[in-house]
Ligand binder design. Structure first.
Ligand code: AHR
Length: 494
């Protein structure tokens, strides 16, 4: 099969905000306990953080990590996780039906993030709680004043404020599964008042309001309109969440979910702009895609497992090769919407639907999705360029025309480098790729990395990394070939 990409130096979508390569750590299963934190592990540091996990997170180059949930946050009392560990209460977590020991909290997480080279994106509880707890929490985290919560932080050993700049106004409040789920009107009211008090305490922060938990939510659209009408002047971003699965074992359709994600983004963007126009506002609300991934094999596990365990094996999705292809495509969707998507979080980071897996008291390893995420984060920086794709198409279940080739093109002006990410979605045919990049002199292909495996269902395990990147041979006198069902990164110098 032949395909062609045309892009031009002049035709830019936008500079990419590095925060689109963010991730997420929730108090859920073994994400925190025996994931990032395991004081008895042989690699643990002075604060009990696993050193092997920190090294893998650093490899991923994660700019921002959302914390502490997720559904968990809607029942969380942030005060339970600060100060002397001996005095921290054990509590029932109603989101995942487990026991929360509170050995980790904001005190420790902000330090873990610092050691990982990441910023914290902190969610406040708008389920069981509201503006009052949120204002105390931000005073604790960000204030330099001589007042109760700022002094409590100092007493707990943190003289300097944590300086958390990005805050989420609750989590998935449109979903009936959420602890204290709200109607759009109820959420809009609480979110507005919480936004006001948070920004009064620290006017330098940015805020994310909850959009829809999925594009198939019955309230998608009306939820956004109601929330935006109320919060418009106080928030900076609206969130989107989405997980995909290959339940019918229809891989071609599964890989077309990147287009579904694209539609979700563009529809949400249009709703933001509709409200902007209606209000005659100068401000633009941008998007925070703060949960996305493949997740279907381990859904609803918490409903059947033994209740109230501490750090049980929950949502430990074992990713296969086709999952890595879709995650690679989803990252390209985010890059191609860089004009409006400024933040995104791969959900999640360790053990729970995650690129990194660990054994309690043992090894850690990279799941298949680790690599497309790592390459995007390291090389996907600069300006995203618009592309014209010429290529055969197939039909998705909805009847959409899906080009076999899925790409993003990024110009890193500082490094004088063009990076093309490309997935050949044909399950049977290799692809001969013609690349036309206008406006660049002396372009030279320097690197072609691919992820390929004949078996779409192959997985990485502790002892066998079946899916890992390979360097492809570069032949300047012949076209670039993309193997059937493969993920690729092409790096050119100019
Ligand atoms: O990431 C797992 C869960 O998915 C999160 O807790 C929730 O926000 C979403 O439904």
């Amino acid at each position: 099969m032949k395909a062609k990409i045309v892009a031009s130096r002049e035709n830019i979508i936008s500079d990419i905000d590095r925060r689109i390569y963010g991730s997420f750590v929730e108090h859920l299963g073994r994400a925190v306990y025996n994931g990032i934190y395991e004081p008895t592990h042989k690699s643990a540091d002075d604060m009990g953080f696993r050193g092997d996990v920190l090294e893998l997170v650093k490899e991923l180059n994660v700019p921002i990590v959302r914390y502490p949930g997720g559904n968990f946050v809607s029942g969380y009392n942030w005060e339970d996780g600060i100060g002397d560990k001996k005095n921290r209460p054990r509590k029932l977590d109603l989101a995942w039906l487990t026991t929360e020991t509170n050995e980790m909290g904001i005190d420790e997480f902000q330090e873990w993030a610092r050691r990982a080279g990441s910023e914290v994106m902190l969610a406040v509880n708008l389920g069981t709680r509201g503006p009052d707890e949120a204002r105390c929490c931000i005073e604790y985290c960000n204030s330099e004043t001589d007042t109760y919560y700022a002094n409590l932080r100092r007493k707990n050993g943190f003289e300097k404020p944590f300086g958390i700049k990005l805050w989420c106004l609750g989590n998935e409040m449109d979903g009936e599964w959420q602890i204290c789920h709200k109607t759009a009107e109820e959420y809009a009211r609480t979110a507005t008042e919480t936004a006001k008090v948070l920004k009064w305490v620290d006017p330098s922060i940015e805020l994310v309001a909850c959009g829809s938990s999925d594009p198939n939510m019955p309230t998608f659209g009306s939820w956004e309109r109601t929330v935006l009408e109320a919060t418009y002047d106080y928030i900076d971003y609206l969130s989107l969440h989405c997980y995909y699965g290959n339940r019918d074992n229809d891989t071609a359709n599964f890989l077309s979910r990147a287009e579904d994600m694209d539609r979700f983004i563009k529809t949400t963007r249009d709703i933001c702009d509709e409200i902007k126009a209606k209000r005659g506002s100068e401000r633009e609300i941008n998007l925070s895609f703060d949960e996305y991934n493949v997740w279907y094999r381990t859904k609803d596990e918490e409903k059947t497992m033994e209740r109230w365990q501490i750090a049980p094996h929950l949502l430990e999705e074992e990713f296969n090769f086709e999952d890595a292809l879709l995650v690679g495509c989803m990252l390209m969707t985010l890059q191609n919407n860089a004009d409006r998507v400024k933040i995104a979080c791969l959900a999640q980071l360790v053990n729970v639907i995650a690129p990194i897996m660990t054994e309690n008291d043992g090894a850690s390893w990279k799941q298949t999705i680790f690599y497309p995420y790592m390459y995007a984060s390291i090389y996907g920086n600069g300006a995203a360029l618009k592309q014209e794709i010429q290529c055969d198409t197939y039909k998705s279940k909805e009847g959409w025309d899906i080009p076999y080739l899925y790409t993003s093109v990024i110009d890193n002006k500082e490094k004088r480098e063009i990076t093309i990410f490309a997935v050949n979605r044909s399950l049977n045919e290799d692809m001969e790729l013609e690349i036309k990049l206008d406006g660049y002199d002396n372009l030279k292909l320097k690197e072609h990395v691919n992820l390929y495996c004949d078996d779409l269902k192959a997985k990485n395990t502790r002892d066998n990394e079946k899916i890992s990147p390979k360097n492809c041979k570069i032949n300047h006198s012949s076209p670039v070939f993309l193997k059937k069902h493969s993920w690729n990164m092409l790096r050119f110098k100019y």
